[in-house]
Design a protein around this ligand. Structure first.
Ligand SMILES: Nc1ncnc2c1ncn2[C@@H]1O[C@H](COP(=O)(O)OP(=O)(O)OP(=O)(O)O)[C@@H](O)[C@H]1O
Ligand SMILES: [Mg+2]
Length: 387
């Protein structure tokens, strides 16, 4: 079972890449599902066929599904929310405010991922390609399960024990609407479903993320941050797709400057994503919708490589010991003598001979000083001081 999460900034070509990747996987013989968890769906436009909330066939061995996130949210969370609303209402928190409290941003997509997990568990597919919402949303969403398990663990279950003990008394002395055991059971089911989805997404043997970028300054900056945060949250990235690269054959002087600019950004992309394959995709002379064009695009993107067989990487690990924090980077085939580590604000540059690699530090490390760096057994470890 392979799950590919396709993510990137708005408009870079996530949906197109997802559709083309899925089609290529299906053509290679894998039973494939391509699903969109972005509430603003456009998979149907990419394939130029109508799609619904359940998988439907779009090509040989290929199904597509646009998850109705609102419906999923209602199914999983509806009853719990209603009961909790009653309690909040009793405490004077009403309407929109209460609803906001119980349905936090990204929650609908979270349940879309639960649906992805269910499809994965169904045994009907070898490969699932997930067309995710634009980067910021997806990132927050992907980090949510951690927050959620805390929420359920500390608040819900503790509360349940307290409520069990207090219910007989409370019902006698107040008119507080106390949630029954069935609400807690429903919450527990939701929790288990989310935990399963999280375990699946965090297993690098099963799930990898594929980042789509375009050779433009802001897009590249955001993708570098995404790369850092995906790694920090424990997700493996397996490839970067650089989309809309102007072809070399272009002679038009109108685009000459653009070609120079792209070349600069392409160099930065190579340096920023040194751990993973960087696949280039040209800007086609047509809008790439419909099966034949997606097939052409997929062929150019992957050539004779199997789109499902890229290996996931987590370029670094953050290890906390007492007050110090260590950031460890895998750097196989590197000799200690030629190494240089420099920092410029939020970024760290590692130079090994002619080869340079740079990355954005996670927020927590941005505020700390680097106190040392050493290389042993193919691992570069950078130490950060106490705050
Ligand atoms: N390499 C390319 N050459 C030509 N057209 C392209 C290329 N890549 C994408 N397109 C076109 O650009 C448009 C936007 O692409 P797409 O919908 O895949 O982006 P997206 O990242 O999914 O956007 P959103 O963030 O809105 O979901 C589509 O019309 C698509 O056909
Ligand atoms: Mg899209």
């Amino acid at each position: 079972m392979r799950i590919l999460l396709v993510t990137g900034k708005g408009g870079v070509g996530k949906t197109t890449t997802s559709a083309a990747t899925a089609l290529r996987a299906a053509d290679a013989g894998h039973r494939t599902l391509v699903v969109s968890t972005d509430p603003a769906h456009s998979l149907a436009d990419a394939f130029d066929v109508p799609l619904g909330d359940e998988p439907s066939s779009v090509a040989d061995r290929l199904d597509a599904q646009q998850i109705d996130t609102q419906r999923r949210l209602e199914r999983y969370w509806g009853e719990i929310r209603d009961q909790m609303m009653a309690i909040l209402d009793w405490g004077g928190v009403r309407g929109i405010e209460a609803e906001e409290f119980l349905v936090f941003p990204g929650m609908d997509e979270l349940f879309a991922l639960v649906e992805v997990r269910n499809q994965a568990a169904s045994g009907a597919y070898d490969v699932i390609v997930v067309d995710c919402a634009p980067t910021a949303e997806t990132l927050r969403l992907l980090s949510l399960p951690e927050v959620l398990s805390w929420y359920f663990d500390k608040i819900f279950f503790t509360q349940r024990r307290l409520m069990r003990a207090a219910r007989p008394v409370l019902t006698r002395v107040t008119d507080l609407p106390i949630p029954g055991d069935e609400v807690y059971d429903a919450a527990e089911n939701v929790f288990v479903a989310i935990e399963r989805a999280r375990a699946m997404l965090l297993d690098p043997q099963v799930t990898t993320a594929r980042l789509v970028v375009t050779p433009e300054r802001m897009v590249v900056s955001e993708a570098r941050r995404t790369y850092t945060y995906l790694t920090l949250f424990g997700y493996a990235v397996d490839a970067v797709v650089v989309n809309r690269v102007l072809p070399d054959t272009l002679e038009d002087p109108y685009f000459a400057r653009w070609q120079e600019i792209q070349a600069e950004h392409l160099a930065r992309i190579e340096e920023s994503f040194a751990d993973v394959p960087v696949l280039r995709l040209r800007l086609f002379d047509d809008e790439m919708v419909g099966e034949p064009r997606l097939r052409l695009l997929g062929a150019e993107l992957y050539g004779d490589r199997d789109p499902t067989r890229f290996e996931g990487h987590r370029p670094f690990q953050v290890i906390e010991t007492g007050d110090t924090v260590r950031l460890e980077l895998a750097m196989p085939f590197v000799e200690a003598g030629e190494l240089d580590v420099a920092r410029d604000g939020h970024e760290v540059y590692v130079t090994v001979g002619p080869y340079r690699r740079s990355f954005v530090l996670p927020d927590t490390l941005q505020r700390r000083e680097i106190t040392g760096a050493r290389l042993a057994d193919g691992v570069l470890s950078i130490e950060f001081a106490e705050r």
